[in-house]
Write a protein that binds this ligand. Structure first.
Ligand code: SF4
Length: 323
């Protein structure tokens, strides 16, 4: 396979074979996105894509899932995309899922019959960045689509039987529009009815168009707590179509419930058998760790301590690298 880097994919496509059907993003103007700024959008020649799929067949064997990169492969002509889907299914007859990124701007104008053809030829899911359901924010970040466009695009995908996974960018409204961002996104998601909703947190890196706004103070970033509050507000029951039933609260045992709040700890110790020696923490088997584990101040041997100890020494623990 030949890749024009950098190559991006949704986290849930980590195990997928990635085939670059297009290079870059045909919109490429979103102010918070620097993914494809170094690339000029083009559709790769079908022959080249076919060769890549054949190479992948020899190198990979049978992948279960295939992701068609780059940023907006849904923008390809329907006939071409159908051809690519056929190449994939011909090379990998047992493939379980074929997916790609797709912006509302490139879906809302398409005929449902075209989308249905894509579904029939194997396109199972489209990943779409809503980012925000608030039109003011969408315009500020040059998203090129309104909340209504997203709803229309989602309706078309649903009518065609293609699954939709959509992303919201927490913090995109900044401190100024955090409330509008939360409520507008919840309202738009309720209208879109996607199959999956994923929340990502906004991060700025030098070179991103909005980075200068942050540096100059034109855009005031939310703190972590404000982002948590924004996410809570968006998911609050009453703003959903159906409220999630409240989980039962943890019930304290009756003897602890009856103890005065200040005496609950004593009651708890009494319950455990006051003065009973604490069970020592078992030390994990040696081969459980990449290196000698560190001991926590409370005498326990546990992963977090080890992991952070490794990290503080600049060594990646095995489980850190799994993450
Ligand atoms: S449409 Fe997606 S890939 Fe293209 S610039 Fe916007 S966020 Fe980036």
């Amino acid at each position: 396979m030949r890749y024009e880097e950098p190559v991006f994919r949704p986290p849930c496509e980590a195990g997928s074979l990635i085939i670059q059907a297009t290079i870059g993003c045909p919109h490429n103007k979103c102010a918070f996105c620097g993914m494809y700024k170094m690339k000029k959008y083009r559709v790769r020649p079908l022959e080249e894509i076919h060769q890549d799929i054949q190479m992948a067949r020899r190198a990979w064997g049978e992948p279960e899932t295939v992701f068609l990169a780059d940023g907006n492969t849904i923008a390809m002509r329907t006939d071409d995309l159908v051809q690519v889907l056929d190449y994939v299914r011909e090379a990998f007859p047992d493939v379980r899922r074929i997916s790609c990124y797709g912006g509302a701007r490139f879906i809302k104008g398409r005929k449902v019959e075209d989308l249905r053809r894509l579904k029939e030829h194997g396109l199972s899911i489209v990943y779409m960045g809503l980012e925000s359901g608030d039109d003011v924010i969408l315009e500020r970040v040059n998203k090129g689509a309104t909340a209504d466009d997203y709803v229309r695009a989602a309706e078309k995908l649903r009518a065609a039987g293609i699954e939709l996974s959509t992303y919201v960018l927490a913090g995109l409204g900044g401190r100024e529009r955090t409330r509008e961002h939360a409520l507008g996104s919840a309202a738009t998601l309720n209208r879109m009815k996607p199959d999956y909703i994923r929340i990502r947190t906004l991060v700025f890196l030098p070179g991103f168009p909005m980075y200068d706004d942050v540096q100059s103070g034109r855009f005031v970033e939310c703190t972590g707590r404000e982002i948590a509050e924004e996410t809570r507000l968006a998911g609050e029951p009453g703003r959903r179509r159906r409220a999630i039933p409240q989980r039962p609260r943890l019930q304290l045992p009756s003897d602890l419930r009856q103890a005065a709040p200040g005496q609950r700890q004593d009651a708890w110790r009494h319950r455990r058998g006051a003065g009973a020696p604490r069970q020592p923490h078992a030390r994990p088997p040696r081969d459980h760790f990449a290196l000698e584990p560190a001991k926590c101040t409370n005498g326990a041997w546990h992963r977090r301590c080890v992991s952070s100890a490794f990290r503080s020494r600049g060594i990646r623990s095995r489980w850190a690298s799994w993450g």
